[in-house]
Each structure stands twice: as structure tokens, then as C-alpha cells.
Design a protein around this ligand. Structure first.
Ligand code: C2E
Ligand code: CA
Ligand code: CA
Length: 689
């Protein structure tokens, strides 16, 4: 972190408190003007490491530094008085306090010159010592004490005031002869310090610090003394420490101000990285005890840099402030919102019992942030990308959680921005499911969020395209591209698959017609047929009307039905498949080998092709069992006079094995992933050979 630019520059000139920032290797990083003045050296000299010139005794300073550093880093607050050497050779005392800057292990030392106070104290100490050793009413000592402004007060065993010196009288008025402190200005009766006197009765020395209601503070050092007649009196030395208290108060206030600046972002007033890290580690500790979860959001505005560069930093700043307000509204009071810098924000969600809540909050944030911002007659749109990590599931250090949330955020950017991603993929899936349920596929259909991809089917011997399979994709505005494996099961259970498949058929058949009419040779278009379609009375009718609308010929088309779908209700399936076959459309059995086909049925079905499922292809040619199955399926296809194709072919070994075993048609990543129509056309239909 760049200290200079962050907050410390504010402390440079306007302070009488010396500030020194030291890194973890004890190298001085920063000093302010007040400190330079205090030591009488310029900044360069002070920043130079190990300058012995500042120390009365360098050896003992090193020992002190060792202790001080460790104490502060351990979080044990350190406030200590220490003596240094000024450039003019004089010695001076400072009160030093150290505050760790957690994230960087840097320490901020603040120093106040307390030489005057220390000297006064030392003088007093010397005097008191001498007084203790002589008789209290020695005239010179009393005068001396008055001169340095110490109050002297003596009470007898019955708490009657026997003596007050001039200083004491000037503070409290003359009380001689009265009961201790009774009637003393501002102090209540009975004496609140009688307890103190009881202690003194036991012949102990005590220090006590009363503050009178009028705001003056006194420090009382009391001791008992033996009178010459054998009786005991209590003697109190009283110092007015009001001024000193005032300095302390100011010091405390300054420190709080530094503390605030050190922990908050100046533009938005949000906690900065340092405070954020602290809050996160507190939240983790709490969650550990309560056995609950903490979610960390890493929020990055999309294209913020462009806005900043084109519209200027003032507008950029305004946007950040609006974003801050909106973020505050999307989270609960107890959650922490922080700004790490630039356009990066973080949110800590605590007390999570259900991880579903996380995606609700993420949705809210995306929604509110994507609403337009009106600034200076500009209507600005700023979306955001969110990465989410969860404690303790993903990691158990602040560093890891932040790193993981950050990398999930990049995933969100990759998915097309304005979306959120969990670091843990299964969580993303859970969230998808929720969104799928709630946002409903129907809406996606209306909004035309589905697109059709095509995967080529190749003659592997000739390296030529013989057809393609149409595969649907959901281009979700927030989640990016969603695979059909994620939404087809839901679409099937809600019946929406019927409409989705009609859309796919319409789109794909239109496309294949265009290709044919353009004189290209796309081969056969294979389309997946959900079982729900087979159950629709009007399927054939609808299919034929799509054919005529798009001008598709039957010989261009093929429908894929999975083995398990047919086997669910073979009697019914057989009927409709026969109708399909009648209009000249070929039928392929998809995922062949994964269901429980009865050979008796297989023979009766009007099918033309078997599609070897990718699970058997995956471990070819190493897995002996798979080798056996694939060879058997190929033999079966031959015996039943069916065509054969293998799907999921990714490697040359798999391809070679299949060719060598007389399965010449293959589909898989080896040739191409499913791609959009343009790409398929460019790569497979427009190649001249
Ligand atoms: P499927 O019919 O078995 O489709 C083949 C799946 O394998 C596709 O997944 C494809 O992307 C993938 N694949 C192709 N080659 C390779 C390869 O070399 N390696 C690997 N690992 N995978 C490969 P996708 O597109 O995710 O589709 C999943 C399933 O969703 C399809 O399985 C199909 O059952 C269903 N589906 C897809 N589109 C539609 C559709 O428009 N209508 C219906 N009813 N179902 C569809
Ligand atoms: Ca298929
Ligand atoms: Ca398949």
C-alpha cells in the first residue's frame, strides 16, 4: 500500500505530534514535520536507517526497540516514555505509542515531547525523597515545594486538616482546622478519599487521581509520617495535572483521528483495506465460535476505467459515492462494506445460516448497481462483477478468502460481466438452480436468451464434415453461457423443453436451409428430441410446419432420441418414431450403451443410427472393458444394418482406434467444440479442398 498517497500526507504538516512509520524490517518509511522538529534533523537524515545520532545509548535503544516492536506487533498496546538526543546535543523525553498497521505489518509510532513534564516530575521526586528523610515542617523545604507549585496537605489521625501550604490554599481555600477536605471546593462531604487515608494508616504509599467537578485534575501522592511526639499524620503532595490531562486528551483525540484516517477511505468514508482485513478476521473468529458462515464479496465495477478516463475523475468520484450509497442499501446493517481502492469494493456477510441468502444479496447488488446514475445530465450505466468466497468452506485465512473472491470475480468478468460467481463451483451451481427456479425458463424464452450451437460430425477417414448436432445454450444476462446439462432437466420437469426444442428446431432448420441454398454442404442436421415431445399429440404436425416454414428437406434432418427415453415407454415410442420415419426423417439412438435396450425392441424400432455414448469413448483405447463394449456396439450396428457414430472423441488415439474398428463417423472436441453458426461455417463449410 502506498502510505504517502493514502492518508498519511494529511498528517504531514498540521500536527504537533511526531509520526514515524516503520516497515516490518524496521526501515523508516515516513516521518512528518513535527518529528523532524522534535529531533532537529531533516527528513533524509531521519529516514536513514540505524542513525545512532538520535540515541543516548545505541545498545540500549536496540534492546528497547526489540521489545517495543514485538509488543506492538502482538497487539499489546505500548505507551512508553523514552529519552532521545536532539541534533543540538540536548536530551529530550518523548512519550511513544505504537499502533500496528495490520495488513502490512508496518507500525505507526506517534511521539509527543514530554521533556518538561518529565523534568518537573524528576524535580518533585527528588524533593519528596529529601522531605521523607527529614522533618516535614522544615521551612526551606516547604518553601521549595511552594515554589514548584506542589500542594502540601497534612491531616492528623482524626482527619483534621493540620497544614496546607500556599499552593494548596490557592487551589482549595484555607481548610486548616477543618475535617479533611470537608467543604473543600468542588469536593463532596464526607470525604471521598477517606479510603485513601485508611490505606495510609497501614503505612503504605498511594497515588490517587481525583478530578474535581469543575474539571481540574489533581494527582495525590500520600504517605504517612511519624510526628516527633509519636503520633502519625498523613501528608499529601498534590499536583495540579489539569494541563497535563488536557495534553493527554488532545493526544487521544489526535490518535483517534489518525486511527480513523488510517482505517477509512477519504472519498467514501468506508473502511479501507486495513480495517476491512481486521473486520474479516473478527468475523471469521465469531463464525468459528458460532459454527456459522461468512461470505466475502469482491465487487469490481465493469468498465469503470473507461468512464473515469472519458468523463473525468470528478464524475468518477461521484459515481463511486453513488455506488457506495447503493451498496449500503443492498446489505444489512451488521454487514461490512469496504473500499479497497479504485473501483474495488468488498462486502462481508456474517451470521449466514443458509448459503441461499448469499445469492439473494448478490442479486440485489447487481440489480441496484445496474440502474442508471444521473450525473451532470449524463445517464450513466455501471454494472459490476462479483466474486464470492465463503468461510470456512473455501479457506480459513483472510488472505486466502480475499484471493479466492478476487479470482471468482475474474471468472465473473470472463462470463461477460454483470454477474456473480462463487469461488466454489458447486456453490455457483446451487445459485444457478435457485435462479433457474425463480427467474424461470419461460422468461428466458420470451427474452430470446437461448441460442443454438453446432458441433460438426466428421468422416474421420476423409476429415470431412458429414453433418452436425444442434445443441442449445442459454445466454443468461447475469450468469453468462449456461450449459444445457444444467437447465434441461428442469426444463423437462416443467415441460418447457417442448418450447425450447421447437425454438432450437426452428433456428437450426432455418440455418441448414440457408447453408444448402448457399451451395454449401453441411450434411445432416441432428437435433435432440426430448421425450416430452414424443408425448405431444401434435408433434408431427408442428414439426412438419417448421419444415415447410424453413424450407427444410427431410433428407437433411435427423432426430436423436436417448435410449433411456425410448425404453421408458417403448410401445408408445414405437408409434411416433414410425410416423417420424414415414416422413423420411432419420432417427439416431443417443447415449447408446447407457440404458437397458432390449435387442428385441431395437430390431422393431425404425432407427437408422447408433450413437456410442461418450462415457465409453473417454478411456479408449486403454480401458479394456470400454474397448470391448465399443467393439460390441459396432458389431451390433453392423448386424442390425445401422449406421454408427461415436461422440466425445477428444484425442487422436481415440479417433484412430475408432477408424481401425470400422466406426468412421465421429463427433467431439478433437474436431471442434459446439460453436455458433458463423464459426462452424467458417471452419468447416468454407474450406476449399
Ligand atoms: P448429448 O445429446 O449427449 O450431447 C453431447 C454433449 O457432449 C454436448 O454437451 C456436447 O457439448 C458434449 N461433447 C461433445 N463433444 C465432446 C467431447 O469431445 N468431450 C466432452 N467431454 N464432451 C463433448 P452439451 O451441449 O452440454 O449438452 C448436454 C446434453 O443436453 C445433450 O447431451 C443433450 O442431452 C441435451 N441437449 C442439448 N441441447 C439440447 C436441445 O436442443 N434439446 C434437447 N432436448 N436436449 C438438448
Ligand atoms: Ca445428442
Ligand atoms: Ca450423447
Amino acid at each position: 500500500m502506498n502510505m504517502e498517497t493514502h492518508w498519511i500526507h494529511q498528517l504531514k504538516n498540521n500536527s504537533h505530534i511526531g509520526i514515524l512509520v516503520v516497515d516490518k524490517n524496521r526501515k523508516n518509511l515516513f516521518v512528518n514535520d513535527a518529528l523532524c522538529k522534535m529531533f532537529g534533523y531533516d527528513r533524509e537524515t531521519l529516514l536513514g536507517t540505524d542513525a545512532e545520532i538520535f540515541h543516548v545509548n545505541h545498545e540500549s535503544f536496540l534492546r528497547f526497540a526489540e521489545l517495543a516492536f514485538n509488543a506492538v506487533l502482538k497487539g499489546e498496546a505500548l505507551g512508553i516514555d523514552y529519552q532521545f538526543k536532539h541534533s543540538d546535543g540536548s536530551l529530550f523525553w518523548v512519550h511513544i505509542a505504537g499502533d500496528p498497521i495490520q495488513e502490512t505489518n508496518e507500525i505507526l509510532w506517534s511521539m509527543v515531547d514530554i521533556t518538561k513534564r518529565v523534568e518537573a516530575l524528576e524535580r518533585e521526586k527528588r524533593l519528596l525523597k529529601e522531605l521523607e528523610e527529614t522533618n516535614y515542617n522544615t521551612k526551606q523545604y516547604l518553601e521549595a515545594i511552594d515554589k514548584i507549585g506542589i500542594g502540601l496537605f497534612v491531616v492528623d489521625e482524626n482527619y483534621n486538616t493540620r497544614y496546607m501550604n500556599k499552593t494548596m490554599i490557592s487551589w482549595f481555600g484555607n481548610q486548616i482546622g477543618k475535617v479533611c477536605y470537608s467543604g473543600v471546593a468542588g469536593l463532596s462531604d464526607p470525604c471521598p478519599y477517606c479510603k485513601l487515608h485508611e490505606v495510609i494508616d497501614k503505612n503504605q504509599k498511594v497515588t490517587y487521581e481525583p478530578t474535581t467537578p469543575n474539571g481540574e485534575s489533581f494527582e495525590i501522592v500520600a504517605t504517612s509520617i511519624k510526628n516527633s511526639d509519636g503520633t502519625v499524620s498523613k501528608m499529601e503532595f498534590i499536583r495540579n495535572v489539569t494541563a497535563q490531562k488536557e495534553v493527554q486528551r488532545r493526544l487521544q483525540k489526535e490518535k483517534e483521528r489518525y486511527n480513523y484516517q488510517a482505517h477509512h477511505d477519504a472519498l467514501t468514508g468506508l473502511p479501507n483495506r486495513i480495517l476491512f482485513t481486521d473486520r474479516l478476521s473478527q468475523a471469521m473468529k465469531k463464525a468459528k465460535r458460532a459454527d456459522s458462515k461468512v461470505a466475502l464479496f469482491f465487487i469490481d465495477l465493469d468498465h469503470f476505467k473507461e468512464i473515469n478516463d472519458s468523463l473525468g475523475h470528478d464524475i468518477g468520484d461521484e459515481i463511486l459515492q453513488v455506488v457506495t450509497k447503493r451498496l449500503h442499501k443492498s446489505i444489512r446493517k451488521e454487514d461490512t462494506l469496504a473500499r479497497l481502492g479504485g473501483d474495488e469494493f468488498t462486502v462481508i456477510l456474517e451470521n449466514l445460516s443458509d448459503t441461499k441468502d448469499i445469492s439473494i444479496v448478490a442479486d440485489n447488488i447487481l440489480n441496484t448497481l445496474s440502474q442508471s446514475i444521473d450525473i451532470d445530465n449524463h445517464k450513466l450505466y455501471v454494472s459490476s462483477s462479483i466474486g464470492i468466497s465463503v468461510f470456512p468452506d473455501d479457506g480459513d485465512t483472510t488472505k486466502d478468502l480475499l484471493k479466492f473472491a478476487d479470482s471468482a470475480m475474474y471468472k465473473a468478468k470472463d462470463e461477460g460481466r454483470n454477474n456473480y460467481q462463487f469461488y466454489n463451483e458447486s456453490m455457483t451451481e446451487l445459485a444457478f438452480e435457485r435462479v433457474l427456479m425463480e427467474a424461470s425458463l419461460r422468461e428466458a424464452l420470451q427474452k430470446e436468451e437461448f441460442v443454438v450451437y453446432y458441433q460438426p460430425q466428421m468422416d474421420a477417414v476423409e476429415d470431412k464434415i458429414v453433418g452436425m448436432e444442434a445443441l442449445v445454450r442459454w445466454k443468461h444476462p447475469k450468469m453468462g453461457i449456461i450449459s444445457p446439462a444444467k437447465f434441461i432437466p428442469l426444463a423437462e420437469s416443467t415441460g418447457l423443453i417442448v418450447e425450447i426444442d421447437r425454438f432450437v428446431m426452428k433456428t437450426a432448420m432455418k440455418q441448414i436451409g440457408q447453408w444448402y441454398r448457399a451451395g454449401l454442404k453441411p450434411g445432416i442436421l441432428a437435433m435432440n428430441l426430448a421425450v416430452k415431445q414424443l408425448q405431444k399429440e401434435d408433434f408431427i404436425e408442428v414439426f412438419q410446419s417448421i419444415m415447410s416454414d424453413t424450407g427444410s428437406k427431410a433428407e437433411w434432418l435427423e432426430l436423436e432420441v436417448t435410449e433411456s427415453q425410448i425404453m421408458k415407454n417403448p410401445q408408445k415410442a414405437i408409434k411416433i418414431l414410425q410416423e417420424i420415419s414415414k416422413i423420411g426423417i432419420e432417427l439416431a439412438v443417443d447415449d447408446f450403451g447407457t440404458g437397458y435396450s432390449s435387442l428385441a425392441y431395437l430390431k422393431k424400432f425404425p432407427i437408422n443410427k447408433l450413437k456410442i455414448d461418450q462415457t465409453f469413448v473417454k478411456d479408449l483405447p486403454k480401458d479394456e472393458e470400454d474397448v470391448g463394449i465399443v467393439k460390441a456396439v459396432i458389431a451390433l450396428a453392423k448386424a442390425l444394418n445401422l449406421k454408427i457414430i461415436a461422440e466425445g472423441v477428444e484425442t487422436k488415439e481415440q479417433k484412430d482406434f475408432l477408424i481401425n474398428n470400422q466406426c468412421h463417423n465421429i463427433q467431439g472436441y478433437f474436431y471442434s467444440r459446439p460453436v455458433e453458426a458463423d464459426e462452424l461455417e467458417k471452419k468447416f463449410l468454407r474450406t476449399s479442398d
